[in-house]
Design a protein around this ligand. Sequence first.
Ligand SMILES: [Zn+2]
Ligand SMILES: [Zn+2]
Length: 254
Amino acid sequence: MKLRILGCSGGIGGALHTTSFLLDNDVLIDAGTGVGSLSFSEMLEIDHVFLTHSHLDHISSIPFLVDSVGYLRKLPLTIHAIPETIDALKKHIFNDVIWPDFSLIPSAGNPYMRYQQIEIGETRELDGRKITTIPANHTVPAVGYHLDSGQGSIAFSGDTTTNDAFWDAVNRISNLKHLIVETAFSNSELEIAKLSKHLCPSMLLEELKKFRKNIPVHITHLKPGEMSVIMQEIEQGTAGERPRMLTNGQVFEF
Ligand SMILES: [Zn+2]
Ligand SMILES: [Zn+2]
């Protein structure tokens, strides 16, 4: 399996895009503004979108993606998400006010997109590739993902704050090769990090004490303008191999 980072910022500006990862050529993990850097033919190849949660920075490209390529697709684009995320998309985005309901266009029998509910802890297998939701703790119902090729795995926290269940889940993955975990704020914004159910470096360092694997840790969702402060604060508190910043265009093979 190959995972290409299309967006891994907490915001936009210049080369910064919000969360979206391309798994092989046909699966998106979240669909933030990073999707906009794909070519038209690359967008046409996407059959599945797995969402972590309903926040705009993780879903903003779905309406444009469906509208751009829908009429050329043979099968609907499948949106995999927990029930609360699907409800939010139906109610607040594809509601015929903000955007058309493409789950009924051009017809209910053969629409441009469809929803497929996934539960926490459930595994979906696509051509031998296993995609499993793992627990997250955020202001809205949310999940992270475990991507398993059989040879190796990557785990992604999604948006989360402190959460023992996440660390229990990743500690159980025997072939885990990389961990991608969010740190949205700097330490000066500890209170905002707690209120918005994200992490800041001091919180991350406490969380990493629960992690029992010695593998590379990649930091995502950094607030634009605070990237170097956040990474410095993480590095100052880490001995041994230090977490590194996830970067746009980075590719993982596993
Ligand atoms: Zn969020
Ligand atoms: Zn986010």
